[in-house]
Design a protein around this ligand. Structure first.
Ligand SMILES: [Zn+2]
Ligand SMILES: [Zn+2]
Length: 262
């Protein structure tokens, strides 16, 4: 299984999973045009995507899911029941209900190369919001962003992946002096907002296990965080856990990431 971030941050999130013949997008938060460009950069045609799984309905995750589905009649959008009335999904042709908490099998159009997709509900101010655990031929990938606080119960079923994409949204000190108005600051810092670097490190402690080889820091705030700060918090937590061989990468808003072997 391969994993490649196409975009990460408040202007749009999406990543690509390739498992055998199956091509799955986790979120489609850029415009359809930008999604197509990023997919081309990753050498995949938008028409060749079999599935899109949506973590939640915020536009930076769901923006073009409907239009991509309209242009590719074989593509299935998997999302929570409540999201199906979302405007961004109005044009979707094939919608499938995400059964939150129970594993689902996804294959290509011919039923080949099944992978297991498990959605796990996490606290965030779009109800429901899920993180994903994807398993294929014994390899595990976890994609987790937009979490209000590092809730242990939600994290337990996501533990010990080989590759982990984890939100490192903001630095608490930077957000206090940053440009955000008080209401937005309260939202981000609240229990239904986003993980701070410190909270992400707490989540990392729950999630990291002996199999982890690559950690991708994601959804970094442009104004209230820096890649250096996020990286130093992540690396000291990994060192504390004795996981010094783990590669740490930063997901970018503006360009696609490396195509990683999970
Ligand atoms: Zn988001
Ligand atoms: Zn969100």
């Amino acid at each position: 299984m391969h994993f490649q971030v196409l975009s990460s941050g408040s202007k749009g999130n999406s990543s690509l999973v390739r498992a055998g013949e199956v091509r799955l997008l986790i979120d489609a938060g850029l415009t359809a045009r930008a999604m197509t460009e990023r997919l081309e950069a990753a050498r995949v045609s938008a028409k060749a995507i079999h599935h899109i799984a949506l973590s939640h309905g915020h536009l930076d995750h769901a923006r073009s899911a409907g239009i991509l589905s309209k242009r590719n009649e074989q593509l299935t959008v998997h999302c929570a029941e409540r999201l199906m009335k979302n405007k961004s999904l109005a044009r979707a042709r094939r919608l499938s209900t995400l059964r939150i908490g129970s594993p689902q099998t996804l294959s290509d159009f011919e039923g080949r190369d099944p992978l297991e997709l498990q959605s796990v509900q996490i606290p965030h101010d779009a109800d429901p919001t899920v993180a994903f655990r994807i398993e294929h031929e014994g390899r595990r990938l976890v994609v987790l962003t937009d979490m209000g606080h590092p809730d242990r119960r939600s994290l337990a079923p996501l533990a010990d992946p080989h590759v982990l994409l984890l939100e490192f949204n903001h630095d608490e000190a930077m957000i206090e002096v940053g440009p955000y108005p008080p209401a937005l600051r309260r939202r981000i810092l609240g229990d239904g907002g986003h993980l701070s670097n410190t909270q992400s490190a707490e989540a990392l402690e729950q999630l990291a296990g002996p199999n982890l080889h690559t950690l991708i820091l994601a959804h970094l705030s442009e104004h209230n965080n820096t890649p250096e700060l996020a990286r130093s918090v992540a690396e000291s937590k990994l060192a504390e856990l004795g996981l010094t061989d783990v590669r740490v990468l930063i997901a970018s808003q503006t360009e696609i990431g490396e195509n990683l072997e999970v």
